[in-house]
Design a protein around this ligand. Structure first.
Ligand code: CTP
Length: 405
C-alpha cells in the first residue's frame, strides 16, 4: 500500500503546456489511494478542462472564489486545513512570483497562503524564464519559507528549445512525495508527551493568574508528531484552539500542579517529551473558595508560592534513552539564559525564541527559533509559520536522538 493512501492532496494546476501532465499525476494520486482536490488557475483552464479533472478526482474542480451557479463561497481556508499536502504542478513563473510575493488574486494562491501542510512546487517553463534571476529569486524565497521545489528536468521544451524547464514526470513526483511521507513516518509507534498553553493559578472562583500564551506552538508540534506516526499526549492549559488530528490525546488542565500530575503519568512511557507550556512560576498561596468582595475589604494582598518546575522535575526523573526538550522565551541575554536552563533542567535540547524578534511572540502564527543541544551545537532558523517551525524542531529532535543512540 502506498504511503499516499488516505492522504488529502490539493493539486494546484497553472496555465502551461505541462498542464496535460497533471491529468496523469492526478490519476497516479488517485491510484495510490489519495483523495485529491484540484484547484486550477483561470489560465490553467485554457489548457485543460475541469470536466476531465473532476471526473478523475470525483470532486468538483475549484477555480473561482464563488460558484457561478449557487453563489457558494469556496473556502481556501478550509481547503488549506483539509490538505495533508499541496502540490502545484505545473507551477508557472507567474504563479511562482505571486506565491513568493503573496499576490492572492486567485483561488490557487489564496489556498497556498492558507495551507498549513507541506507544499510541493513543480515548475514548468521555458529555459530562459526558468533561469531568469527573478524566477530564481522567487524560487529561493519560496524554498526559504519551507516549500519543497521539485526541480524541473532538462530536455525538449514546448518552445522548441532544449534545456532545464520541463515539469518533472508525474511518476517521479509521486515517488518524491512517497519518499517524503515515508521519511515522515519516523515517529511511528513512539510515545510523545507535549505540554502547551498557559497555566491558570486560582485566586478565587472567578479570578486567576495567567499569561498570554496561545498554545499555538505546542499544538503545531503535537500535529507534526502525530502526522509522523507518534502517539501524542498533549497536556494543555486553557487555550481557545483545538487539535485537527483526532489521534492526539488531549488532556486538559488548569494549574501547574495539575499539569505536573498529568505529565508524571505519561512521562515514564514517553520516548520524547517536549515542554512547550508557559507555566506560571508562582501561584496564590491561599486561593479563596469564595469570590473576594470589593466592599468591606482592605486592598487584598495575594501571597504567592513557587510552582513546581515541570521540566526540571521530569529532568530529574529522566532515564537514558528518553529525550527531554524545553523552550526558553527570553527578552535579553538569550543564549546565556537558554544554555543555563538547558543544563539546570537536564534537557537534551532547548528551543530559544527571543521576544526581541518581530513575529516571534505569544499569539502570533509565526516564530523564529534557535535550537541549542546538550552537545553545544546550535542551529538558527529564519522566521517561519509555526507549522513549519514545528517540523524543524521535530527534525532536530529526531536527528539528535539518532546521533545519541
Ligand atoms: N517550565 C516548566 N515548569 C515551570 C516553568 C517552566 O516546565 N514551572 C518549562 C517551560 O515549559 C519551558 C522551560 O521550562 O520548556 C523554560 O521555561 P521559562 O519560563 O523560559 O523558564 P523559567 O525556568 O520559568 O525561568 P524564567 O521565567 O526565570 O526565565
Amino acid at each position: 500500500m502506498s504511503v499516499l493512501s488516505g492522504k488529502h492532496i490539493v493539486l494546484g494546476i497553472c496555465g502551461g503546456i505541462a498542464a496535460y501532465k497533471s491529468v496523469s499525476l492526478l490519476r497516479l494520486f488517485i491510484k495510490a489511494g489519495a483523495e485529491v482536490q484540484v484547484v486550477i488557475t483561470p489560465a490553467g483552464k485554457e489548457f485543460i478542462t475541469p470536466v476531465t479533472l473532476s471526473a478523475l478526482s470525483h470532486k468538483p474542480v475549484v477555480s473561482e472564489f464563488f460558484s457561478a451557479n449557487t453563489g457558494e463561497w469556496h473556502s481556501h481556508v478550509d481547503l488549506g486545513l483539509w490538505a495533508d499536502c499541496m502540490v502545484i504542478a505545473p507551477a508557472t513563473a507567474s504563479t511562482i512570483g505571486k506565491m513568493a510575493n503573496g499576490i492572492a488574486d486567485n483561488m490557487l494562491v489564496t489556498t497556498y497562503l492558507s495551507a498549513k501542510s507541506p507544499v510541493f512546487i513543480a515548475p514548468a517553463m521555458d529555459l530562459d524564464m526558468m533561469r531568469h534571476p527573478s524566477t530564481q529569486a522567487n524560487l529561493s524565497r519560496l524554498r526559504s519559507y519551507g516549500n519543497h521545489i521539485i526541480e524541473p528536468a532538462s530536455g525538449y521544451l514546448a518552445s522548441g528549445l532544449e534545456g532545464k524547464g520541463r515539469m518533472e514526470e508525474p511518476e517521479n513526483i509521486v515517488v518524491y512525495l512517497e519518499r517524503f511521507f515515508a521519511e515522515r513516518s519516523d515517529l511511528e509507534g513512539k510515545n510523545v508527551l507535549i505540554t502547551a498553553g498557559p497555566t491558570y493559578e486560582k485566586i478565587d472562583p472567578v479570578r486567576f493568574i495567567g499569561n498570554y500564551s496561545s498554545g499555538k506552538m505546542g499544538y503545531a508540534i503535537a500535529e507534526e508528531c502525530a502526522s509522523r506516526g507518534a502517539n501524542v499526549t498533549l497536556v494543555s492549559g486553557p487555550v481557545s484552539i483545538s487539535v485537527k488530528n483526532p489521534g492526539i490525546n488531549v488532556v486538559r488542565v488548569e494549574s501547574a500542579k495539575e499539569m505536573l500530575d498529568e505529565c508524571r503519568k505519561a512521562f515514564p512511557t514517553s520516548e520524547i517529551s517536549i515542554m512547550c507550556a508557559a507555566v506560571a512560576d508562582y501561584a496564590p498561596a491561599n486561593p479563596s473558595d469564595r469570590k473576594i468582595k470589593r466592599e468591606h475589604q482592605e486592598v487584598p494582598v495575594i501571597t504567592l508560592v513557587k510552582n513546581p518546575d515541570i521540566a526540571a522535575t521530569l529532568g530529574k526523573e529522566k532515564r537514558s534513552g528518553q529525550m527531554l526538550v524545553g523552550f526558553a522565551l527570553e527578552t535579553d541575554n538569550e543564549t546565556v539564559n537558554a544554555t543555563e536552563k538547558l543544563a539546570k533542567k537536564n534537557l537534551d535540547i532547548i528551543v530559544l525564541n527571543s521576544l526581541r524578534d518581530k513575529g516571534a511572540c505569544f499569539g502570533t502564527d509565526t516564530n523564529k527559533v534557535s535550537i541549542i543541544k546538550a552537545d553545544g551545537s546550535r542551529t538558527d532558523f529564519p522566521l517561519k509559520d509555526k507549522a513549519k517551525v514545528a517540523a524543524d524542531i521535530v527534525d532536530e529532535i529526531i536527528n539528535f536522538s539518532q546521533s545519541k543512540a
